[in-house]
Design a protein around this ligand. Structure first.
Ligand SMILES: [Zn+2]
Length: 100
């Protein structure tokens, strides 16, 4: 059971390059937000939201990479047992194909 077809739907959002999707909670549960650079139309980030509306998974296609140590795309999961502001965890270079 994956999130390949988010049952709540998929939504597009546009904003500045190298920004993140601002919200970590969605009124609509089980959705995916695709975040596009408002100028180039490139896709830097996708975020999946769970049944309670909280963000559960991110896929980063591009972001700041000063040390050139990130492979793209890569995934992050959200862990709400972590302190506020640290919920988003590094997951590594692999992408989880359950999320698409
Ligand atoms: Zn990242």
């Amino acid at each position: 059971m994956g999130m390949c077809k988010p049952s709540g739907g998929k939504f597009d959002m546009y904003g500045p390059y190298r920004s993140n999707i601002p919200q970590i909670w969605s009124e609509k549960p089980n959705i995916r937000i695709d975040y596009y650079d408002e100028i180039t139309g490139k896709l830097p980030q996708q975020r999946w939201f769970g049944p309670d509306g909280w963000a559960i998974w991110d896929r980063d296609w591009d972001h700041k990479n000063d040390h050139n140590n990130h492979k793209f795309p890569h995934d992050h999961y959200w862990d709400y047992t972590k302190p506020r502001g640290k919920e988003r965890q590094e997951y590594g270079p692999e992408i989880n194909m359950d999320y698409c």
